[in-house]
Design a protein around this ligand. Sequence first.
Ligand code: G3P
Length: 220
Amino acid sequence: MQLFLDSADEKQVKYWLGQGVLDGVTTNPSVLFRDGVVDPLPALESLARLTAPGVLHAEVTVPRGAELVHQGIELSQLADNIAVKVPVQTPDGAPCLAEIHELSSAGVAVNSTACLSFGQAALAAKAGASYLSILVGRIDDEGGDGAAVIRDLRRWLDDWQVDAKIIAASVRGTADVRRSMTAGAHCVTVPPAVLAKLADHKYSRHTVQQFLDDARAVAG
Ligand code: G3P
């Protein structure tokens, strides 16, 4: 199982790489904006260098067509360890499956993102995507069950031996991480604040303090 950091904050990326738990880093235009990136291409290049040999996921910023494919190729050429994120459809409802297919056929590792249903993700896999980003938090926002989508998708991928990896994304809390991991996601991408919570437990702090106090007492 792979763990990714959903962040463009180099300090956070370095910190969690140093903890030895990261297999890669995911970004999207909203993450770049949130983390104060003003010049995306050099920032992505730098993140790719930091993340290697793990994969850096970088997203296209044009909605469709030849321009999207062209930008996807350019992003993939920033470094050897880039996966290109392509939204599964446009804001007006057209599928981007042809673009995913063209990029995948050109040898680009495509991460089909903004998948909010089993059907969207299954079609993206058929089109050749290497990764399927299921936005579990956003599915749950609308009264759906993100973990159930992951469970069904994993069974379908395994049954038909389709070679694509599920990434659980839009993870808002530690319960989302647990539900996604146990539902069969191959990868989970987690924002730094949620990863910090995942590593922490107040009673562990208390327990460790007790060990240290008793060690001092034994030493006299
Ligand atoms: O990786 C997708 C993520 O950035 C979206 O998260 O919480 O805005 O739905 P959220």
